[in-house]
Design a protein around this ligand. Structure first.
Ligand SMILES: Nc1ncnc2c1ncn2[C@@H]1O[C@H](COP(=O)(O)OP(=O)(O)OP(=O)(O)O)[C@@H](O)[C@H]1O
Ligand SMILES: [Mg+2]
Length: 261
């Protein structure tokens, strides 16, 4: 009897530690004749770093926009932290978004706002999450400190280098202490050394805040260093899944194409 009990517990363990916090089922999205997503599936587990790779134009940004409710899929099911994103109204979506940090492709800072104002922006937008916060400055400072840029608070984005902008965008993504962070091409447009610094920051943020991360990239080095699991988006579907090592040693031509330099 005892052995049986132990067996049951062993069986349950992996399930408990692999709580699914994002579940995409059979996602379809077309623009006219352009069938971008053709039944894409994805699960993000709590605390993991999941990398989605796909070539330019394969639908990575479209997928992530559907995921945060910025774009409506033609069909499919999207659950984020147990909530059905596709059917939520604006107010309910906003509550979910307060728990999601988003590093947009290309940083996307507001050029007419200082670094401080850029960071305060999500705090003002999601006031309900910070109801007891009177002074935003400690939050802004801590987020900037996490990316090593506390001295830039009063600067304008135009006064920052590309790498610094990306760091500020990263600080903005974590300022609400999100449970999940989406990174859309976190290293694109950066030189290899700066890209490495950003990857290191992503790792330290993950450690510090225990976030779950979905990383969209076509940067093989980034994927190798940061991924615990990867999904390859090809022809609108989750074409292949596995660890970096599993995928890189695949014999499938479409999979191998990702890793050729
Ligand atoms: N709002 C839109 N209206 C029409 N077509 C769109 C729209 N957004 C994206 N698309 C199309 O969907 C396809 C996928 O675009 P998406 O931006 O998701 O690519 P991506 O995988 O993120 O590429 P990249 O690596 O270059 O960022 C492209 O063919 C694009 O033209
Ligand atoms: Mg994109």
């Amino acid at each position: 009897m005892k052995i049986k009990e132990e067996e049951i517990m062993e069986d349950e363990k992996p399930v408990a530690s692999k709580k699914v916090i994002i579940d995409i089922q059979d996602l379809y999205k077309s623009f006219g004749d352009n069938h971008v997503l053709n039944g894409f599936n994805m699960q993000l587990h709590e605390g993991e770093n999941l990398v989605v790779m796909g070539k330019s134009g394969s639908g990575k940004s479209v997928m992530i926009k559907c995921l945060v409710g910025l774009m409506k899929p033609d069909s499919g099911h999207i659950s984020v932290m147990g909530k059905d994103i596709v059917t939520l109204d604006q107010e309910a979506l906003d509550i979910i978004r307060a728990d999601i940090g988003f590093l947009f492709q290309g940083s996307a800072l507001y050029d007419s706002m200082t670094v401080r104002e850029n960071l305060e922006f999500p705090m003002r937008r999601h006031k309900e999450k910070l109801a007891n916060v009177k002074d935003t400055e400690p939050f802004v400072l801590e987020a900037l400190r996490s990316v090593g840029l506390e001295h830039t608070m009063e600067l304008m984005p135009a006064e920052l280098s590309g790498g610094m902008k990306r760091r500020v965008a990263l600080a903005r993504a974590i300022i609400l202490r999100p449970k999940i962070i989406f990174y859309d091409e976190p290293t694109s447009g950066l030189d290899p050394i700066t890209a490495k610094e950003i990857i290191e920051l992503m790792r330290s943020i993950q450690k510090k805040y225990g976030t779950s991360s979905l990383i969209i990239t076509h940067d093989v080095d980034c994927a190798r260093v940061i991924s615990e699991r990867m999904i390859l988006l090809v022809d609108g579907i989750n074409y292949a899944e596995g660890t970096f090592e599993e995928l890189v040693s695949s014999t499938d031509e479409k999979v191998l194409a990702f890793f050729k330099k």
